[in-house]
Write a protein that binds this ligand. Structure first.
Ligand SMILES: [Zn+2]
Length: 87
């Protein structure tokens, strides 16, 4: 798997359409909205595209951008049996 050479530290999925992208060069965190394909960095208003948006589209390739069913994401915790009952 070849990753694009972008100055990105990490990408965090905030919800199904929002991603937080941390820039390596500035330590700022940019918010990318894949629904509207926009980003709040300073590059975006000039060219309506930026490395953050490109990186997210590249990494996730649209596959992870759809709403996904919650299957085993949340484990149902078992009720804890109190040991004080066993004596
Ligand atoms: Zn951006």
């Amino acid at each position: 798997m070849c990753a694009p050479k972008t100055l990105l530290k990490k990408i965090q999925k905030s919800d199904n359409s929002h991603f937080d992208v941390q820039s390596l060069s500035s330590n700022k965190i940019y918010q990318v909205n894949v629904d509207t394909t926009s980003c709040n960095c300073s590059d975006f208003p000039h060219i309506y595209l930026c490395k953050h948006l490109v990186a997210i589209i590249h990494y996730f390739e649209g596959a992870d951008l759809k709403p996904q069913p919650l299957s085993n994401a949340d484990k149902v915790s078992e009720p804890v049996v109190s040991s004080s009952l066993v004596q």
